[in-house]
Write a protein that binds this ligand. Structure first.
Ligand SMILES: Cc1cc2nc3c(=O)[nH]c(=O)nc-3n(C[C@H](O)[C@H](O)[C@H](O)COP(=O)(O)O)c2cc1C
Ligand SMILES: [Mn+2]
Length: 483
């Protein structure tokens, strides 16, 4: 049964002993970060701070911050189950004959059940504040000592493509500038930034409507970070994940819809052309993102539930909560990647690589230069374009085992021959690239080299003891009193 809202998810976490309430006062300035960081690094629970200093609204953090919590969030025993459901849909073809077509009906009906549903009202409208509101009312974290201020870190930012009218929802942090204004940190490659650019290019209006929802059922919250193709509605994917449509409700002051069950909604607009210094911010690279100019979000109305919960996260030196969210993305998106690249057997993004710095790819190699084809395909695949280092190995290497990859890949390469550099877009958070958003990337072909690739020396096998000897020693091992 799909979670209706954030509260039901909190209850589920509590039932599974995955949540700890902190009943005394803790400061959202730095102290909550220290709690959350220690908890995630020690395999601790999600935390619900009931008395954040300076606010009456409780703070939920680390709700997705373990493999188990991601399973609870998506209501599966393994996130591979989600991947499996996606694969089934992808394999769905119109079958031959009437009987086959009839058998398809339930699947098609299931698909129809994913589309978001507009409803006339919802709990996010329990309290509507058109005049009397201030962002100071919320327990917004200052995450790290050198941060430029307080940041909303887990928002669902809704905007519309001015050309197609299609909705987008992305998680872009908001730096609080004052009671009613924040930064709007959509990086240049993201959909919010694209909507903004298109709107500016049209030159018809000076304002872009934006609405920010904070806290909802977990699948809806999670959909905001998914690297979906442009114009694919995150709310539809949320419906697929929770197997129930997301109920959407119109905003009071802007032409945008938000999840009706959201805890908090900030309605407002971005003034086209207005930029303001944003940052620094202790980012998910584990370094501070430097200050930069970003659009400004003007809040014009706040709506919220009775007794709202403020959902947030922190990013910083890995692994943090976003690592577990990203790990699930890796699993869920593998079948989609394999649509284009069926030779890919598995991929892994180890925590130290912060997603964009390192992707390990195992392929079934079929022709000369195959590893390089896969690298280029990944650099051309949505947000995977940011991959700073792609290491391609043969399918017998377990990419989930980073140490095995390091061992085998480092043995297998002749660096000058097997490492390839390309120029292209890089993640906005890359602090080492020569220019912001533009720099070099590296592909490592760590597959076994073929004669057809000009390698004519013999290639050695990996050392392995014979099964027969292993069995003999199993028995002698015990006889020798070894454990
Ligand atoms: C905790 C967290 C914070 C994030 N903050 C930002 C951010 O401030 N700016 C940004 O562009 N992307 C940020 N992202 C990544 C985007 O949410 C992600 O790239 C998403 O796919 C963007 O959606 P879009 O393709 O619809 O633009 C963040 C992700 C997470 C998990
Ligand atoms: Mn999107």
């Amino acid at each position: 049964m799909a979670y209706t809202d954030l509260r039901e998810f909190v209850d589920a976490l509590e039932k599974h002993k995955e949540l700890k309430r902190v009943p005394f006062e803790v400061d959202p300035v730095l102290e909550i970060t220290e709690f959350a960081d220690r908890s995630v690094k020690s395999g601790g629970p999600a935390l619900l701070f009931e008395k954040p200093k300076g606010s009456t609204i409780p703070v939920l953090i680390n709700a997705f911050a373990s493999e188990r919590r991601m399973q609870i969030a998506l209501e599966v025993d393994s996130v591979d189950d989600v991947a499996r459901r996606i694969s089934e849909f992808l394999e769905m073809r119109m079958p031959e004959g009437l009987l086959g077509k009839l058998k398809m009906l339930p699947k098609l009906a299931e698909m129809g059940a994913f589309f978001p549903k507009i409803v006339s009202s919802g709990p996010c409208k329990d309290v509507i504040r058109r005049e009397d509101f201030s962002l100071d009312y919320f327990p917004i974290l200052k995450c790290w000592p050198e941060d430029g201020g307080r940041f909303v870190t887990l928002p669902m930012v809704f905007s519309k493509n001015p050309d197609t009218g299609k909705r987008n929802c992305g998680c872009y942090r908001l730096q609080v500038f004052d009671e009613r204004t924040t930064g709007m940190h959509w990086q240049t490659h993201k959909q919010g930034a694209e909507h903004y650019r298109r709107m500016r290019a049209r030159g018809e209006t000076k304002r872009m409507d934006v609405a920010v929802a904070i806290g909802a059922d977990p699948a809806t919250m999670y959909s905001a970070i998914l690297p979906l193709p442009p114009d694919l509605d995150e709310m539809m994917i949320a419906g697929f994940l929770r197997q129930k449509p997301v109920e959407m409700v119109k905003c009071e002051t802007v032409d945008i819809e938000v999840p009706a069950q959201a805890e908090i909604v900030l309605e407002g607009h971005v003034e086209l052309g207005e930029l303001r210094r944003e940052g620094p911010f202790g980012d998910h690279t584990g370094f501070y993102s430097l200050e930069d100019d970003y659009p400004v979000f003007h809040v014009t109305c706040v709506t919220h539930r009775k007794n709202p919960i403020y959902a947030t996260t922190i990013v910083g030196p890995p692994p943090m909560e976003d690592f577990y969210m990203g790990k699930a993305i890796e699993r869920i998106f593998l079948p989609l990647m394999r649509l284009q690249l069926p030779e890919v057997r598995d991929i892994a993004m180890p925590a130290e690589g912060i997603f964009h710095n390192l992707i390990l790819v195992a392929i079934r190699k079929s022709y000369p230069g195959h590893a390089r084809k896969v690298m280029h395909a990944i650099w051309g695949l949505g947000q995977a374009m940011f991959s700073k280092c792609i290491v391609v190995v043969d399918e017998d290497v377990d990419v989930q085992n980073t140490s095995e990859v390091a061992w085998k890949a480092l043995n297998n390469i002749d660096p000058e021959r097997d490492i390839q550099f390309v120029m292209g877009p890089v993640d906005s958070l890359d602090h080492a690239s020569r220019l912001a958003n533009y720099g070099s990337k590296m592909g490592v072909d760590a597959t076994r080299k073929w004669p057809e690739e000009g390698f004519t020396r013999p290639w050695p096998g990996v050392i392995k003891m014979s099964e027969e000897v292993r069995r003999r020693v199993d028995e002698m091992w015990k006889r020798a009193g070894l454990k």
